[in-house]
Design a binder for this molecule. Structure first.
Ligand code: 2KA
Ligand code: SF4
Ligand code: MG
Length: 233
């Protein structure tokens, strides 16, 4: 009897839209949002991928074969694919055939990760970039759970990583500066927290000078400026 291949728990497949955050902001992209997270950030904008005390897992996700996910995304003829969550590396074994299929087809793939899990070498090989968002004190998650220096170092060493910090207040700026000094993280993008255009714009304005002073890049949340917190955008 054939052994069933590992399956993926998918929250949503969507696009076309624009990569709204980070180094590729503005690029037309299709998104694979996987379900499940190992953290529980207070300001999380996708609790429907993991908070089963508030959301119904059966209604908010579906189990798919990796080959079906790959078929859907290749069928969109994407210029860029973004894999996010939740924490997508929780499912990296089942995700690998999707990443490898995209790599074979010459499609660039970015993974958004919270930097608590080491990617397998095969995942590193298939991925174009890791958009790495270590969580800060303001997330409300205990530091031993959210900060894994050895994972941050390994991601940095892939040569495929951009760090993207969500900034929810002034303390977060100092914390990013301290983390960068301690661990040598680079390159760094800072991004305001916020799920309304007004909040994102106010955050961008507040972050502009500190970003310039610290030598950081600044990213909006373009999809929020365009569409607020609509799902599937
Ligand atoms: N357009 C768009 N860009 C994004 N970049 C990262 C996202 C995420 O939720 O991880 C995201 C998202 O949800 N939408
Ligand atoms: S790591 Fe990301 S998906 Fe997980 S709880 Fe935090 S913000 Fe939400
Ligand atoms: Mg998002």
């Amino acid at each position: 009897m054939a052994v069933a291949a590992a399956t993926l728990r998918v929250a949503e497949l969507f696009g076309p839209t624009f990569q709204g955050e980070g180094a590729s902001v503005g690029q037309r992209a299709f998104f694979i949002r996987l379900s499940g997270c190992n953290l529980d950030c207070g300001w999380c904008d996708t609790p429907y991928t993991w908070d089963w005390s508030r959301f119904d897992r059966a209604a908010e996700s579906r189990v798919m074969a990796p080959s079906d996910v790959l078929g859907w995304v290749l069928g969109q003829r994407p210029q860029l694919v973004v894999v996010t969550g939740g924490e997508p590396l929780l499912q990296q074994r089942a995700l690998l055939p999707v990443l490898e299929g995209l790599h074979r087809a010459g499609v660039p793939v970015e993974i958004e990760t919270n930097a608590t899990m080491l990617p397998d070498p095969a995942v590193v090989a298939a991925v174009t970039r890791f958009n790495v968002s270590p969580k800060l004190t303001g997330s409300g998650v205990a530091s031993q759970r959210r900060l894994k220096p050895e994972v941050l170092q390994a991601l940095q060493d892939t040569g495929k990583t951009c760090f993207k910090f969500v900034i929810a207040g002034e303390d977060d700026v100092d914390e990013v500066a301290a983390l960068q000094a301690a661990l040598g993280l680079a390159p760094v993008w800072v991004m305001p927290e916020g799920t309304t255009p007004e909040a994102v714009l106010a955050g961008l304005r507040a972050l502009a000078e500190p970003a310039l002073v610290h030598g950081w890049n600044l990213t909006p949340r373009l999809h929020v400026l365009l569409w607020g917190d609509e799902r599937g955008r």
